[in-house]
Design a binder for this molecule. Structure first.
Ligand SMILES: N[C@@H](CCC(=O)N[C@@H](CS)C(=O)NCC(=O)O)C(=O)O
Length: 213
């Protein structure tokens, strides 16, 4: 049984989504990022953290890839080691973290997270511009493909889809039709809906329908 320390609306959703795609059993521990239990597991005091026996693993992308590699017999969410497909998969994951997510994260910190006195509002337009550039490259490489790896859904789509949803929540414009259609396709996956429901249940949050009513 995997144990995941997480909170809704964090990068932990990537991991819960992966667990759901793989149909695995897991337990969620909902925590605020900086509390003492998280500090004991991750000196950065950040979520998510996966505990699997003696293994304590941080970094959402590393956790998703670990789970996918261990359970390829269930569903292939990652290509085999040493293959050309694996190299392309790794390249997509590094692209998402360093080129697509980085401007969104810098924007989030300077618009919402940092204490007001250390925010740098002047950086916000540059974040949007950098994000646009990354989306243009994504549009070109994605072309008419269904998923980043072609016809096969993978962890790369979980990382990329989650990041595009995050950007949309900040009202970043995604000015490419194929990228918007790709984001819609990936974000409609039933495993993501199940993941969000599990997070809400664990955090004792009302469902969106209850909130609307
Ligand atoms: N690169 C890390 C980033 C983790 C991270 O920044 N998590 C946020 C929540 S999405 C957090 O715990 N923030 C608390 C903080 O910055 O102190 C990952 O992908 O897991």
């Amino acid at each position: 049984m995997y144990l995941l320390y997480t909170a809704p609306r964090t990068r932990g959703t990537r991991v819960v989504w992966t667990l759901e795609e793989l149909g695995l059993d897991y337990d969620l521990r909902i925590h605020a990022p900086r509390d003492n239990e998280i500090r004991a597991l991750n000196p950065l005091r950040k979520l998510p953290v996966l505990v699997d026996g003696d293994l304590v693993l941080t970094e959402s992308a590393a956790i998703c890839t670990y789970l996918a590699d261990r359970h390829r017999d269930r569903v292939e969410l990652s290509p085999g080691f040493g293959s050309a497909a694996r190299a392309r998969f790794d390249a997509w994951n590094y692209y998402v973290l360093t080129d697509l997510e980085a401007p969104v994260w810098t924007y989030t910190k300077n618009a919402l997270v940092y204490p007001e006195k250390i925010r740098v509002p002047e950086i916000l337009p540059a974040c949007r511009k950098e994000f646009d550039r990354s989306v243009s490259a994504l549009a070109e490489k994605l072309g008419d493909n269904t998923y980043l790896m072609g016809d096969t859904f993978s962890v790369s789509d979980i990382l990329c889809g989650h990041t595009l949803a995050w950007a949309r929540s900040l009202e970043f414009s995604i000015a490419r039709d194929n990228v918007n259609a790709y984001a819609d396709r990936v974000l409609e996956r039933p495993a993501l809906a199940r993941a969000r429901a599990r997070e809400r249940e664990a955090a004792e949050l009302p469902s969106p329908a209850d909130q609307a009513g």
